[in-house]
Design a protein. Sequence first.
Length: 102
Amino acid sequence: MPEITPVLILEYYGAMNLIAFCIYGFDKFLAVRGLQRISERSLLILPLLGGIFGAFFAMKLFRHKTAKRSFNRGFTIVSILHIVVILLVYYRHDIGIFVPVF
């Protein structure tokens, strides 16, 4: 099993954000043409897996899903959950500060 390094984590987040951006853009492409769309559940999983910024920028750039309140509420909840998990991973209880754990 490969060692988890800061570079590997950055590569993962970079890839997830690029994937999220592309999939949100593709869903907008499908929407404009009236074709079968990607489910909202699938779109909300991407930020949870690390594609928060890619999904957010795609929503703003393509003006996609920005008017749908239920989706925006779900996006906000998923983003907050992801940020909380990141903070928990980096929090050192013994010294009371946030530090990298690797």
